[in-house]
Design a protein around this ligand. Sequence first.
Ligand SMILES: Cc1ncc(COP(=O)(O)O)c(C=O)c1O
Length: 450
Amino acid sequence: MKKYLSILSDMEQKIMGGVYSPGQKLPSVRNAAKTYECSISTIIRAYAELEKHHAIYSIAQSGYYVVQKPVDWQNKKEDNLIDFTSASPDPSVFPYLDFQHCINKAIDTYKHQLFTYGDSLGLDRLRQTLVSHLAGDQVFAKAERIVVTSGIQQALEILTKMPFPNGKSVILVEQPSYDIYLQFLAAEGVVVRGIARMATGINLRELEAEFRNGEIKFFYTMSRYHNPLGTSYSIEERKVIANLASKYNVYIVEDDYMADLGEDRDFDPIYAYNSTSHIVYLKSFSKIIFPGLRLGATVLPEQLLETFHSYKRYADTSLLSQASLEVYIKNGMYERHKHKICKQYYERMHALNEAVEHYNGEGLIRVSDVSSGVYMQFKLPQTINLERLMKRLSERNVNVVSGKGFYLPNYLVREKFLRISIARVQSKHIDEGVKAIFEEVKRGYSDPQS
Ligand SMILES: Cc1ncc(COP(=O)(O)O)c(C=O)c1O
């Protein structure tokens, strides 16, 4: 079992069993990482999961606390729960049998070699396979520039900690941005700056000013299916960002975690416009296959290779996972499964758009314009009390994520929104869930004190 899951289960038992009582502060992320002998990002993920299930809550600059009446969320009846929170693939579509076959085939093929530490840069044959796999997304690179990592998270951790040739140290993030990475940056005490990204895009002049004036080491961005907005950059935006990177010697860390969910085959990542000098391209295999595989690929410019390799030496990536993925891609199962998932998500997104159109007559909620991927932003009127809204929805068995956690603590120009994910909600339940959201938003808007 993944370390993070066993930690999560241990914490949950402690909460349920009263070792941590209601209102009690949980150990700091740093202390918990020491106790469980794991990385800080593993604890952040476990806390985020507990928070998502309303077992704990966080107070900025203070810590995590146990809620007054923790729910037994693992045993909670999931049948009638409409869960708009999770972005992990639906367990009902996990390719168990196909993958089992690939694991067996990998063991047969590689034999004892699979049970060694292996090369920290990744299994050679997988890196070769990834050359053509990535080329399908206009990411052209020799195998020497590809490193296999334990998911994008490990790559982000290394990139954050290692020095860059531009000698700069500040990390620029979009606001809002991927919550777990923001928490990681805070826990590591990294100097971070934020730049607004709206559902309509980013202000490129402001971005240029940041690149020109700031001490920006890299700009962390999601070019498509942004988490939490769901939107993608226009071709113009991607080209300009690629050019600004070289012009101002600022690196771009392009998190393409949902690359394979693209219905739009003409979408070229930022990397495609500046493939050799300043773009680090990150790909995840968590969203198409399953996160437990813990595999991702990092494509690096030549000048970052040596330092990245030296940091990666301390961060292993399972050979068994890698060899199985290599078989899975090579025998065409990956491509087949990808189409199945994409089709399913596309139908769900369609159902979401239809439901929004149906219930949003008054335009109370502004939604981001997305037709594929898994996320949509539901922008709420500023007067809505978010906590109360979420509590009322939870009482109606509809779980949603608030936009709050996707901002840096000191970033003040915030939008008030919900992040809606369709990854775990079947099409037939989407309408009911969206109806409940609109009803509760209307109720909170017309009577803010209620
Ligand atoms: C934006 C973003 N990047 C990266 C990840 C994690 O990717 P991985 O599982 O490959 O570490 C996630 C997970 O949800 C994510 O939302």
